[in-house]
Design a protein around this ligand. Structure first.
Ligand SMILES: Cc1cc2nc3c(=O)[nH]c(=O)nc-3n(C[C@H](O)[C@H](O)[C@H](O)COP(=O)(O)OP(=O)(O)OC[C@H]3O[C@@H](n4cnc5c(N)ncnc54)[C@H](O)[C@@H]3O)c2cc1C
Length: 399
C-alpha cells in the first residue's frame, strides 16, 4: 500500500520479533523490506530439539494465531503446560498455578525459537495472498542510517540503498542500529550464565513448568513434548564454567540434587550451552523515524520467561498504532505514531525488567532473614486467592 510507490517500512533483524513485526505489517497492507544478517537455521522435525526453547504466554500464542501461523507451529513440536510450581531452596512454602483453576486448558507453551523463526519466514515468503509486499534481504547488514525529516535512508554493506518513512530496529540486545543512533542503555550485568540443555528425568514432568530458587540463581525445568525437560539453570559465571566442564554423569547428579530430586534422578542430558545474563534497557525507543522493538529495546533476565513475550507485545502495539492512523496518505513514521508506541511499551517493559531484577536479588540472597521473608511471601501468596491470581496473571504474561 506504499503511498509513494516506495517502501512503507524497513525492519532490521528477522529473529522472531522482527519477522513477526514484518508479517503483521505485510498483512495490514504495508510494503516492507526485511534485512537480516544471517540466514536462520534449518528446521527439521526429525532432528534433535533445538537447545533454545521459550515459554510462550497466551497473548503471544494469540498473536501467532492472528498471523495465521499457530496451526503450523502447534502441528510441529509444541508442548503445552497445565501447571507451574515455584519453590525456594531455603524457605518453606510453594506457589502452585493450575490452568484448571482459571477455567483454561493451558497456561503456556514451550516452543523452539528455530521453529518460530522458520514458520514466520515461510509465511513471509508465501506473500501472494497478502495485500502488502515483503522484500527479504539476507544475508545483508546495515552500514549506515540517515534519519531525515521526511524519511530514513538505510545503506547496506553491499552498496544497496533503501528509503522509507519508518525504520524498525529488531536487531537484538546488541543492536547496531541503537548504537548508531546513539541511544544509551541502562545495563545490569547479573554476573550469571544460563545453562541450557534437554534432560531426561526418572519421573514424568506432568506437563508442569517447574522452578526452584536457590542461592546463586533459579533453576527451571520446562516440559518438552517428547517427555524430557528443557533446563534453564542460572548460576554465577565461575560455577557455570565448573558445571559445563563436568562429564554427563556428574552433571546429571548435580542437577538432580539442585532440583531437590523433585522428578527423581536425571537420566540423560544433551550438550550444554551457556548464555551470559544481562539486563539492558534502552533509554528511549524512538529517534527521528526509527524505533526499537524486542531485545533491541529491552533484554531481561530469563527467570520469568518473558523476554520474547514482551517483544511480541511490542509487535502488537506497533501494529495497533499503525492501524490507528492508517489512511492512504497516512505517514507510518509520523512522530505522534512512534511516541504513542513508546509511551505504551516502555513503561511496561521497564516495570517488567525491574521486577525480574528484584525477584532475582531477593531469591539470590542466602541471608537467613531474607529467606524467612521469602517463606512468608510464598506462604501468603499460596493462601490469598486474590494475590495468587495476580501472580498467576503475571506468570502467564497477562499483566
Ligand atoms: C536462556 C534464555 C532463556 C529464555 N527463555 C525465554 C522464555 O522462556 N520466554 C521468553 O519469552 N523469552 C525467553 N528468553 C528471551 C528471548 O530468547 C529473547 O527475548 C528473544 O529471542 C529476543 O528476540 P529478538 O527477535 O528481539 O532478538 P534476537 O533473537 O536476538 O534476533 C535479532 C536478529 O537480528 C539479526 N541482526 C543482528 N544484528 C543485525 C544487523 N546489524 N543487521 C541485520 N540483522 C541483524 C540477528 O541475526 C537476529 O536474527 C530467554 C533468553 C535466554 C537467554
Amino acid at each position: 500500500m506504499s503511498r509513494r510507490g516506495e517502501l512503507d517500512v524497513i525492519v532490521v533483524g528477522a529473529g522472531v520479533v522482527g519477522a513477526a513485526a514484518a508479517l503483521a505489517m505485510v498483512q495490514e497492507g504495508f510494503d516492507v523490506a526485511l534485512i537480516e544478517a544471517r540466514p536462520p537455521p534449518e528446521w527439521n522435525a526429525q532432528e534433535e530439539v533445538d537447545a533454545r526453547v521459550v515459554a510462550l504466554a497466551p497473548d503471544a500464542k494469540a498473536l501467532f494465531d492472528n498471523l495465521g501461523v499457530w496451526s503450523e507451529i502447534s502441528a510441529s513440536r509444541v508442548s503445552g503446560f497445565r501447571r507451574m510450581r515455584v519453590w525456594d531452596a531455603l524457605a518453606p512454602g510453594e506457589l502452585a498455578f493450575d490452568a484448571a483453576d482459571r477455567g483454561e486448558a493451558t497456561l503456556g507453551w514451550i516452543v523452539e525459537n528455530r521453529l518460530l523463526q522458520h514458520v514466520l519466514w515461510k509465511a513471509l515468503s508465501e506473500s501472494s495472498h497478502r495485500s502488502g509486499t515483503v522484500r527479504l534481504l539476507c544475508p545483508a547488514e546495515v552500514s549506515s542510517i540517515e534519519n531525515e525529516p521526511e524519511s530514513v535512508t538505510v545503506a547496506l554493506a553491499d552498496g544497496t540503498r533503501l528509503r522509507s518513512p519508518l525504520l524498525v530496529a529488531a536487531d537484538g540486545a546488541s543492536s547496531a542500529i541503537r548504537m548508531q543512533l546513539g541511544i544509551g542503555t541502562h545495563d545490569r550485568d547479573y554476573g550469571q550464565r544460563a545453562i541450557v540443555a534437554h534432560v531426561g528425568t526418572e519421573k514424568s514432568h506432568e506437563s508442569t513448568a517447574w522452578q526452584r530458587f536457590q542461592p546463586g540463581g533459579p533453576l527451571a525445568l520446562l516440559p518438552l513434548q517428547d517427555g524430557r525437560c528443557s533446563i534453564v539453570w542460572s548460576v554465577q559465571a565461575d560455577e557455570a564454567a565448573r558445571l559445563l566442564a563436568l562429564d554427563d554423569t556428574h552433571f546429571q547428579a548435580e542437577l538432580g540434587c539442585a532440583f531437590d530430586f523433585r522428578l527423581g534422578t536425571i537420566t540423560s542430558t544433551t550438550r550444554r550451552l551457556a548464555f551470559p545474563l544481562k539486563m539492558r534497557l534502552a533509554e528511549r525507543y524512538v529517534d527521528g523515524r526509527t524505533l526499537l522493538i524486542g531485545d533491541a529495546a529491552h533484554a531481561v533476565h530469563p527467570l520469568a520467561g518473558q523476554g520474547l513475550n514482551l517483544g511480541l507485545r511490542d509487535v502488537c502495539s506497533l501494529r495497533d498504532q499503525l492501524l490507528r492512523s492508517k489512511s492512504p496518505e497516512a505517514d507510518p513514521g509520523a512522530a505522534h505514531v512512534l511516541r504513542r508506541y513508546e509511551r505504551e511499551r516502555r513503561s511496561e517493559n521497564v516495570v517488567a525488567a525491574n521486577s525480574f531484577s528484584v525477584i532475582e536479588r531477593v531469591f539470590n540472597s542466602d541471608s537467613t532473614a531474607v529467606a524467612g521473608l521469602r517463606g512468608i511471601a510464598l506462604g501468603l501468596a499460596g493462601r490469598l486467592p486474590a494475590l495468587k491470581r495476580v501472580l498467576g496473571d503475571a506468570a502467564a504474561g497477562r499483566l
